[in-house]
Write a protein that binds this ligand. Structure first.
Ligand code: HBI
Length: 95
């Protein structure tokens, strides 16, 4: 089972993700992304989906044309874990 990130480890992990914001009212992080068009947005989502499925760790997200809102949290632990950090870093690495 993945451990919930707490204390200094959580602080340190979030400091490495400056493009992500904490979601008010829940232990989750979010990032809004804007692409040139729907094709670019869907291509991004496809890349993330492949990695997410392989890791068995899935984003909560929405897409409106060229915009993607992505929220990461680990449901199994009721908060943030290293799985969210890894997926956020992957998102950052391809954008
Ligand atoms: N995705 N974000 C997120 N959080 C989870 O806890 C999670 C998941 N995808 C699959 C998954 N857990 C499985 O381990 C089962 O809980 C279905």
């Amino acid at each position: 089972m993945t451990a919930k990130l707490t204390g200094p480890a959580r602080t340190q992990a979030l400091a490495a993700l400056p493009k992500w914001q904490q979601v008010p009212g829940r232990d989750a992080i979010k990032r809004s992304l804007k692409f040139a068009d729907f094709n670019q947005a869907w291509g991004f989502m496809s890349r993330v989906a492949l990695v997410a499925e392989k890791a068995d760790h899935h984003p909560e997200w929405s897409n409106v044309y060229s915009s993607v809102e992505i929220v990461l949290s680990t449901h199994d632990v009721g908060g943030l874990s290293e799985k969210d950090v890894a997926l956020a870093k992957f998102v950052d690495s391809i954008t």
